[in-house]
Write a protein that binds this ligand. Structure first.
Ligand SMILES: NC(=O)c1ccc[n+]([C@@H]2O[C@H](COP(=O)([O-])OP(=O)(O)OC[C@H]3O[C@@H](n4cnc5c(N)ncnc54)[C@H](O)[C@@H]3O)[C@@H](O)[C@H]2O)c1
Length: 438
């Protein structure tokens, strides 16, 4: 089967590479010449564990190629996936669909023979129907169906998620398109991965419902963490105990600085807009968006309070990306918390294992080559992202490097008793703060 993947970002590149691993012949197309040139030269433009190997193996096997030229890839394809960005539209929070419709128009020009055009980008209900209208307008005689196939992979474990998804959702009512999509996902189908066929509208809504639910779970435990702090309870124990209840589940119950990233913030906002437009407003998602925004501001206050004010203080920030194992800085909590600290007069030295290249474009801080370099002379260290390399810092060395032994752990990766023993003032999220033992 021949596949064209339009948009070679976090989703398009992973999906394209993994589909070629399934045995399909895949061309990944992107209009960003820098990305395509890098990929042709064997360089991966993003950080995603395991991706480099999958790309190299399948390029070598002749199943995966890269191009800037949509018209070269589309006419040969049985299925054309749209995996371009759908960021929040400035000002109103709607999903910006201009990239999707521009891609649809370009695809239309290249269609040759029956083709399934697949919206893999996260798009509001009704978009796949609109994509079909765009194509029909440009090429009234073209033979095609538009199916919705939302992607659920997580950055940082994207390869594994694509290879072994919990489910694959396909929205189409066309039997011809269903047959093509079954063939696309045949290796997963054989592995008994649930393949759910729904209407296009249902499929589009499933993606938003999933992300809004997960964002709600995070926000819920964050509010429970605030209550824990007020009553001297421990949110880690609460999360573990409620998570063991099969009806609740343990995942997405980690209290922290608020959710960020390329999906949850924009997808909750877009669902909110849809719900208002169709006259079925969701008060829960509305509250989630507001609570999460307020939380990021609250985190800067929490840090300032722990330090008795931050004016003129040196703060070492460990972790800038919205989560570990990615270089993605989109809507990372660091982008709100650090400027808020700087507004209060703090001086920031920061380190992130993979995110600094991107962070340099977005933050004005002193970037350091290692965690230990960032810690030199600091009045406090703030852990903003739970990268593995921050989990086992040499605490004696950390203490010796810092001006004052104060750790503000917004990801709860250390234990209060351990930190008190190591001689730190330790502040975390939803657990009691401790003073050094000696
Ligand atoms: N990142 C994730 O973890 C994730 C997970 C699930 C779903 N999604 C959804 O997948 C979609 C893509 O997200 P992403 O993170 O991969 O975005 P991205 O910004 O990393 O990649 C999008 C790519 O599309 C390219 N592009 C835009 N218009 C194009 C055109 N007309 N022709 C060719 N290329 C074009 C851009 O140059 C860019 O490289 C979004 O709708 C997102 O919500 C993302």
């Amino acid at each position: 089967m021949r596949i064209a993947m339009i948009g070679t970002g976090y989703v398009g590149l992973v999906s394209g590479a993994c589909l070629s691993e399934f045995g399909h012949e895949v061309t990944c197309v992107d209009k960003d010449a820098g990305k395509i040139d890098a990929l042709k030269a064997g360089r991966i433009p993003i950080f995603e564990p395991g991706l480099e190997d999958v790309v190299a193996t399948n390029v070598k096997a002749g199943r995966l190629s890269f191009s800037q030229d949509m018209e070269a890839a589309v006419p040969r394809a049985d299925a054309v996936f749209i995996a371009v960005g759908t960021p929040s539209r400035r000002g109103d929070g709607h999903a910006d669909l201009s990239y999707v419709f521009a891609a649809a128009d370009e695809i239309a020009r290249g269609l040759d023979g029956y083709t399934v055009v697949v919206t893999k980008s996260t798009v509001p209900v009704g978009t796949s129907r609109q994509v079909a209208e765009v194509i029909r307008k440009t090429r009234p005689e073209a033979e095609f169906d538009v199916a919705s196939n939302p992607e659920f992979l997580r950055e940082g474990s994207a390869i594994e998620d694509f290879r072994r998804p919990d489910r694959v959702v396909v929205g189409t009512e066309s039997d011809r398109a269903k047959a093509v999509m079954k063939e696309v996902y045949r290796p997963l189908y054989l592995n008994e991965t649930p393949l759910l066929f729904t209407s296009r509208e249902t499929s589009e809504l499933i993606k938003y419902a999933a992300n809004a639910f997960l964002a709600t779970k995070i926000t819920f435990i964050n509010e429970i963490a605030d209550i824990c702090e007020a009553v001297n309870a421990d949110v880690q124990d609460v999360a573990r105990a409620i998570g063991l209840d099969g009806r609740i589940g343990a995942k997405f119950l980690h209290a922290g600085p608020g959710f960020g990233g390329s999906c949850f913030p924009k997808d909750t906002l877009a669902l909110l807009k849809t719900s208002q437009e169709v006259g079925a407003p969701t008060r829960i998602v509305d509250a989630v968006v507001q609570v999460n925004e307020a939380r990021k501001a609250h985190m800067a206050e929490k840090i300032a309070e722990a330090l008795g004010g931050v004016n003129g203080k040196h703060i070492a920030v460990l972790g800038l990306t919205f989560k570990p194992n990615t270089d993605d800085m989109r809507d990372a909590p660091s982008l709100s918390i650090i400027p808020a600290l700087q507004d209060k007069g703090a001086k920031i030295r920061a380190y992130d294992p993979e995110g600094m290249e991107e962070a340099r474009k977005l933050l004005e801080v002193q970037f350091c080559k290692s965690a230990y370099e960032a810690l030199g002379g600091a009045d406090a260290v703030v852990i903003l992202t739970e990268w593995n390399e921050f989990r086992a810092l040499d605490l004696k060395r950390v203490k010796a490097l810092m001006k004052a032994p104060m750790m503000i752990d917004l990801r709860n990766i250390y234990r209060p008793a351990q930190m008190a023993e190591a001689g730190f003032h330790y502040v975390s999220v939803g657990r009691r703060s401790v003073a050094p033992k000696s």
